[in-house]
Design a protein around this ligand. Structure first.
Ligand SMILES: [Zn+2]
Ligand SMILES: [Zn+2]
Length: 546
């Protein structure tokens, strides 16, 4: 919108949209149909009843025939189908704002995407696609990848839908492809989808017999061209990290990342494209593993204090991957792996918490998922009294935890943390040790002997540790995990080190790597290691000069 010269107000959900539209009275409102908290239909209805008279445009990925009635009822004037291109937004604004006209009743689709700008005989016209997005490759590349993925699965589903007579669903899919294809550079594919849509409208298996193979063939050609385009665009910038003075220092990777599946801010695709832009050698996803056992674990540990309360509330957090989304997470990373093949090695992992008696990387649940790697991390301490708490939580909570759980002695917390780490390393089942001294975040107390012992134990396990810049990236602390002192102990035991950003946003993917590199040199390291996948159920690491 800003590129088109308009200023806009953003709303994060349906309720917020009504609230903001009420106060800022925009000249036009775009409402996603599927907004959280309140749907676009409901929000539009509410806004109309509050007296808002300006145009309201619905934005949707799929427009069902029955939605037309809902639009009319709720006071929506027009519809844009996703993915949306700039020219469509522009047309919509021209249609409804210039010259200013009062919105009439529902006026659907004279600007329908199939009739719009993109033309030309090629199966994939990259130039037209780009120009529709004002040549903004950052926007186009992830959209194009998503379109390919979505279309591919829709086409795969078609035979099943046909067999069970689900023509309405099949029609909706064909309609979505028809709407989006011209935007994504293929009028041809749009036409093929239109033929398939007609077959669905007529519920004609006979028509589908020609339309379906035709669209498959068209899509295969399109996909080849489009993927070549993605490869060339994102591959060209893959290089190596340059330090501030432009001198090449080292190549990078990051296998400690959190997306919107747990407590991260960006989605998988954004992480992949950003990793490519930043020239990362590879990228791994490590959502906070779901906590399977939900209740009663304190009893099983033999702690009686507070156990009933804990058992009643159950053990749940808002920063771990939810059980019910696990499958979706695994599928999404595996699909990104395929999508980025040849451009960016993508790995599937989890950051598994070790909580004595409740969960740990050695649990067979995680092994059965066929992950590429597991990062083993301790976030919780379990005090002999009181509730378990996270050592990187808000300072007040940590303070309270120390007070209630360890009789006010911070050393108790540090010891308990390092004990858990020891137990975790002994139990095994992981490939990288995560942020070994996270506990220092709100407590600087040192336990030198314990750290030396941990280093020896880790060396015996033959597993690398990470040097984690996450605290620096989030401005929480002024050094990496582990500290220089701890790192030196690792070095004396020849423990390989993986540099990781613990990125919760794609932009942090290589955050503070230069500092990490310097810390490693200072600790005596000359090499770091980069993850290269699994063979014979063992992680493979490649050395990289610092
Ligand atoms: Zn962590
Ligand atoms: Zn993490």
């Amino acid at each position: 919108m800003e590129k088109l010269g308009y200023s806009c107000v953003l709303a994060s959900n349906g309720e917020d949209a009504v609230e903001k539209a009420k106060t800022s009275e925009p000249a036009l409102a775009f409402f996603d149909i599927m907004m959280p908290k309140m749907s676009g239909f409901e929000a539009a209805g509410n806004l109309r009843s509050l007296g808002y008279k300006k145009p309201i445009i619905a934005v949707t990925a799929t427009f069902l025939p029955e939605d037309e009635e809902k639009c009319k009822k709720s006071g929506i004037n027009d519809v844009l189908t996703k993915p949306i291109k700039f020219s469509e937004i522009k047309m919509m604004l021209e249609k409804w704002l210039v010259p200013v006209r009062e919105p009439q009743a529902f006026d659907l689709m004279p600007t329908g995407p199939a009739e719009s700008a993109v033309s030309g005989p090629e199966i994939f016209n990259a130039e037209e696609m780009l120009s529709a997005f004002l040549d903004d490759e950052k926007i186009v590349l992830p959209l194009l990848s998503r379109f390919i993925e979505r279309t591919s699965s829709q086409l795969e589903n078609f035979p099943g839908l046909k067999a069970t007579g689900e023509w309405a669903t099949a029609r909706r899919d064909a309609h979505t492809i028809k709407g989006a294809a011209p935007t994504m550079g293929s009028a041809e594919l749009g036409k093929a989808a239109s033929a398939l849509e007609n077959a669905c409208i007529n519920a004609s298996a006979e028509e589908a017999e020609t339309a379906y193979p035709h669209i498959l063939e068209t899509f295969a050609k399109y996909r080849k061209e489009a993927e070549k385009f993605i490869f060339n665009k994102s591959g060209s910038e893959r290089a190596v990290l340059k330090s501030c003075d432009g001198k090449i220092t080292m190549s990078l990777a990051c296998i400690h990342t959190h997306t919107v599946f747990c407590d991260g801010k960006d989605d998988i695709e954004t992480f992949c494209s950003t990793a490519c832009e930043k020239g990362l050698q590879s990228l791994g996803f490590s959502a906070h593993a779901p906590v399977f056992a939900k209740t009663g674990f304190r009893q099983s540990l033999g702690f009686s204090a507070h156990a009933p309360v804990f058992a009643k509330t159950g053990f749940h957090t808002d920063w771990h991957l939810a059980d019910e989304r696990l499958g979706e997470y695994l599928d999404s990373v595996r699909s990104a792996k395929k999508r980025w093949e040849g451009k960016l090695p993508v790995y599937l992992g989890l950051e598994v918490d070790f909580i004595p008696g409740l969960m740990g990387p050695a649990d067979k649940d995680y092994r059965e998922m066929r992950l590429d790697y597991i990062i083993a991390s301790v976030h919780y301490v379990l005090p002999p009294k009181g509730e378990p708490f996270t050592v990187d939580g808000p300072p007040e909570e940590v303070e309270q935890g120390i007070k209630e759980g360890f009789g006010g002695d911070p050393m108790g917390m540090v010891e308990s943390y390092l004990d858990s780490e020891e137990a975790m390393i002994r139990a095994g089942g992981f490939d990288v040790l995560g942020h070994p001294d996270l506990v220092k975040l709100h407590n600087k107390k040192k336990k030198k002997k314990k750290k030396t012992a941990l280093a020896a134990l880790l060396a015996e396990a033959g597993v690398p540790s990470e040097l984690n810049t996450g605290g620096l990236n989030r401005d929480k602390i002024s050094e990496c995990y582990p500290s220089l002192d701890f790192l030196k102990r690792f070095h004396s035991q020849n423990i390989p080190i993986v540099i990781n950003a613990d990125a919760h946003r794609a932009v942090d993917l290589d955050g503070h790597y230069e500092e990490a590199r310097k810390t490693m040199l200072e600790a005596g390291y000359t090499e770091t290691v980069i993850f290269e996948g699994r063979t014979d159920d063992k992680a493979v690491w490649k050395s990289e000069k610092l």
